[in-house]
Ligand binder design. Structure first.
Ligand code: GLU
Length: 310
């Protein structure tokens, strides 16, 4: 993928322009406690929504029961509320939306856009899916089901923070829509639910930058309205490594609310003044909204293309 060098996020400060209809969201998978990376994603999406006078929602992405930690969703929501980050509308729990996900899968299947795939994780771990089963499954069921991408095309989109991002579909491979275990995959469910909730602006971590190309393609096939994306730099440890969830979860739990928010602001490359971390969450959030500066979020290095997990 390439992040174009031209600048789109030129303003140093976004003033509340009350762009009509902005609807943002934070969509965590409840696989554990909130950590600094997920808090930064929550805060970044909240700040961008608020700076635009928009609505901000929380959606719990709990489709993969094996990855759901008991009680984690409640704990996350409670932690966020303690930091002043509350959903403006009732929280949507993704596992209540299975019928809609199934209907979307059927629609794509009826349009001959899906195909069964016998390849296992072992076949695809080293790189993008090579399309082995495009002309028929090369093995016995159970099969996963993939979306047939136009292999020769590329997908480009203007990211609110990263500028023009371009991917060749061949670089990504066909994404899984239904896993071998029958579960609808994240790539499809997220698009269906963002559409259902009328999300206009998706602000999330840059680890999902390449998945955006897949999701835009799925979105078009389902005739859902266009959305804007903004991808945030990932939180790094002092040695420049991506922080593991357990490392940074531990740190959030021990911090006072103002300190946790200021840590997340620093992770978002904002410049909170000395002493802000001792203030209550409302004061920190008010400062952060007024001074929200997305122009510093541009990545200097292109992130590794992630391959489709299934
Ligand atoms: N549920 C996904 C995760 O926690 C994020 C989904 C999204 O923001 O699109 O990684």
């Amino acid at each position: 993928m390439s992040v174009a060098s031209g600048s789109t996020a030129t303003a140093t400060t976004v003033t509340a322009d009350t762009r009509t209809g902005y609807r943002g969201r934070f969509a965590p998978s409840p696989s554990g406690a909130l950590h600094l990376g997920s808090l930064a994603a929550a805060l970044g999406s909240w700040l961008d929504a608020r700076a635009h006078g928009g609505t901000w929602l929380i959606r719990i992405e709990d489709l993969d029961a094996a990855r759901v930690a008991p009680g984690a969703a409640d704990t996350m929501v409670r932690t966020l509320a303690g930091l002043g980050l509350e959903s403006d509308e009732p929280i949507l729990v993704q596992s209540t939306r299975r019928d809609a996900h199934e209907a979307a899968f059927r629609q794509l299947a009826e349009e001959q856009l899906t195909y069964p795939c016998a390849c296992t994780r072992r076949h695809t771990a080293a790189g993008p899916y090579a399309g082995t089963c495009r002309n028929g499954p090369q093995g016995q069921p159970p099969w996963a089901w993939r979306l047939r991408l136009p292999a020769t095309e590329q997908c480009g989109f203007e990211d609110a923070f990263q500028g023009l991002c371009q991917f060749h579909f061949q670089q990504l491979g066909d994404p899984v829509l239904r896993r071998r275990d029958g579960l609808i995959a994240y790539q499809l469910a997220v698009v269906v639910d963002d559409g259902f909730q009328g999300i206009t602006d998706i602000v999330r971590g840059a680890d999902l930058l390449d998945a955006t190309a897949w999701q835009l393609q799925i979105r078009r096939h389902l005739s859902l309205p266009e959305v804007r994306h903004g991808h945030l730099p990932l939180v790094e440890g002092p040695d420049g490594r991506k922080l593991s969830k357990s490392e940074s979860a531990a740190s959030i739990a021990t911090l006072a609310p103002g300190e946790a928010l200021v840590e997340a602001l620093r992770a978002l490359r904002q410049s909170p003044p000395e002493g802000l971390s001792r203030e209550p969450p409302g004061v920190v959030l008010s400062w952060a909204t007024t001074h929200w500066n997305p122009s510093v979020l541009r990545l200097t290095e292109k992130p590794e293309v992630q391959f489709d997990p299934f």
